[in-house]
Unconditional design. Structure first.
Lengths: 414, 165
């Protein structure tokens, strides 16, 4: 029995043919295809139901939530300090920037000033994290659409920085180095030397990545003019970061709502023109050069000084004192178990992470725990535009579109 | 008062129930029936020009008469300012107007609010659960009366209590 469906159309191969009745017929119908939940290019567990006409995407419906862990609910049950390690697990590729965004939001709630050296340290490490994030993106996105080589090169250099993180805070990926009011520990001279060496070595390597991709005709063919979104639509969808800037919208919180040591550094914000995957790639590569510039300037300008704000009722005592001094230990214990008394009120604080605007909306009713904590994750917002951006492209372009968002499901599903 | 708040107050004689400015954040509370009108004003007025939607969120206040608070945050790419728009909803009639016709990005964000807090959005094109499974019937996780350990079949798990661990 033939499959009957409204979308099924039966075509005569050649209706003009004199024996048209006896010729076989062709049947076409729209096809539903599940892409995911386990697919190498979704960078996590994500399913997209694709409605296809031939190989063209007619409609796509993202099905998310496979990685939903209820982080926002967990936040309501822990103190402000206790939530910092949870933020690592949002965007697990770039844990440092999540910590940074969260600490900044809490500091805004508390109206806490961070000392200057800590601001520089924060900026340096955040930019190192941005380099790692973009390297990861560059490798993984090219791998998704079949250009394998650059992956090995970006991961070789990413490894250097991950080892640097390991030396800095004892962890490579889930770092938790930022603290409310400052940072956990200072950079040692050895770490600064290593970073300086890396900055000498790295710009030539960025050129190398570009050669691999920009001389690859297949890669160019699969990125130029693919997943185009107009500036107006990108703004209306609330896209941010390189995805928004690729469409020619100059929106970078580091520049327009300056925070930390960014206002003291000179850097430019690359903005694309065509709003396609290639422009977003170009922006990310240019941002690698800008990050190198920012780190160099921070290392030059940074002066000696405290790395934690002078607010003992809120900030954690230094680790050495916790191990040697009873009061400091009690203080540390109290801050983690009861928390500090945050003023009642609500704030939103957005930070320019390498994926886009990572924001925290915190409602406090006083006391040691947030009443409500909402995470504005760029990956989640970007998924909202998936259907719009994918329409009319091929199935294989769906991988390009996941890639172009730099999607990480830990952050998307929370 | 902040110039944005001034302008909103001038434009609307009724429907604005609260104006606040704290830590540099500007917030406007509107009554539910005026919500869409105020949102339209925020987007289209040349002084406001809020073309960018930042997030949609919700807060549960179980002791209040109007239990839920829906929160929108907007940004203006050209004017570079932010605003927060809030509306209260009672539990018995958990519906607000959807703003998907004004900002396309509101689609997924409102679905998340529906999924997590159970607030319905009138005229939303596709109001389904987004993070929880479609067939999830155990309630809305971010409500304050939803236990942290979850509900339903998980209650049958044997948890070790603090002492025996």
């Amino acid at each position: 029995m033939a499959f009957e469906d409204q979308r099924t159309t039966v075509y005569k191969i050649d209706p003009e043919h004199p024996e048209s009745e006896s010729l076989p017929t062709l049947r076409t119908e729209e096809l539903l295809l599940n892409m995911g939940p386990q697919h190498p290019s979704t960078h996590g567990v994500l399913k997209v139901i694709l409605e296809l006409e031939g190989e063209r995407l007619v409609k796509s419906t993202p099905v998310m939530g496979y990685l939903h862990r209820g982080v926002e609910k967990l936040a309501e049950d822990g103190t402000y300090h206790q939530f910092i390690p949870h933020t690592d697990r949002l965007d697990y590729v770039c844990a440092m920037y999540n910590n940074f965004a969260y600490c900044r939001a809490v500091e805004k709630l508390l109206n806490l000033q961070v000392p200057e050296r800590a601001e520089y340290l924060r900026t340096i490490v955040a930019e190192v994290q941005r380099i790692i994030g973009h390297q990861f993106w560059l490798g993984a996105q090219a791998l998704d659409i079949g250009a394998m080589t650059v992956f090995f090169y970006t991961f070789r250099d990413r490894e250097i920085l991950l080892d640097w993180f390991n030396e800095l805070c004892g962890a490579r990926l889930t770092t938790s180095w930022y603290r409310i009011g400052g940072v956990e520990r200072d950079l040692t001279p050895a770490l600064i030397d290593k970073l300086k060496q890396f900055l000498e070595y790295f710009p030539a390597k960025i050129d190398e990545y570009q050669v691999f991709l920009e001389k690859n005709r297949i890669w160019i063919g699969r990125t130029k003019g693919v997943a185009v979104i107009s500036a107006e639509d990108a703004v209306s969808f609330g896209l941010s970061g390189p995805v928004l800037r690729g469409s020619g919208v100059d929106y970078d919180l580091r520049k327009y709502e300056p925070y930390s040591a960014y206002p003291k550094c000179e850097f430019s914000v690359p903005v694309g023109k065509n709003g396609d995957t290639y422009d977003r790639y170009w922006i990310r590569v240019m941002e690698l050069y800008e990050s190198v510039k920012i780190i160099r300037q921070c290392l030059e300008q940074m002066q000696e000084g405290p790395i934690m704000a002078d607010a003992p009722s809120v900030t954690l005592p230094p680790k050495e004192r916790v191990f040697t001094n009873l009061e400091a230990m009690i203080q540390q214990f109290k801050l983690f178990s009861q928390g500090f008394d945050a003023p009642p009120g609500e704030i939103y604080c957005g930070t320019e992470a390498h994926k886009g605007e990572l924001g925290f909306y915190i409602v406090s009713t006083g006391g040691g725990k947030p009443y409500r904590l909402k995470i504005r994750a760029p990956s989640f917002v970007h998924m909202g535009a998936f259907d719009h951006m994918a329409r009319g492209y091929m199935i294989s372009d769906a991988c390009t579109i996941f890639g172009t968002y730099d999607i990480v499901m830990g952050e998307c599903d929370r | 008062m902040h110039p944005l708040l001034d302008r909103i107050q001038q434009a609307f004689s009724s429907g604005i129930t609260g104006l606040a400015e704290w830590r540099g954040d500007v917030a406007v509370t509107v009554s539910r029936d005026k919500l869409h009108e105020v949102a339209q004003f925020l987007r289209d007025d040349p002084w406001m020009d809020f073309d960018y939607i930042v997030h949609v969120s919700s807060v549960d206040w179980p002791d209040d008469e109007e239990r839920f608070e829906v929160v929108w945050e907007f940004y203006s790419i050209r004017k570079r300012h932010r605003i927060r728009l809030k509306a209260r909803v009672p539990e018995s009639d958990c519906v607000v107007d959807s703003l998907t016709d004004l900002w396309k990005g509101a689609d997924f964000m409102e679905r998340e609010v529906y999924d997590m807090m159970g607030i319905r959005f009138r005229n939303h094109p596709d109001l389904r659960r987004i993070l929880m499974p479609d067939d999830y019937t155990e309630g809305y996780p971010l409500r304050k009366d939803f236990p942290l350990r979850g509900k339903g079949w998980r209650d049958t798990f044997e948890f070790l209590d603090e002492i025996s661990r």
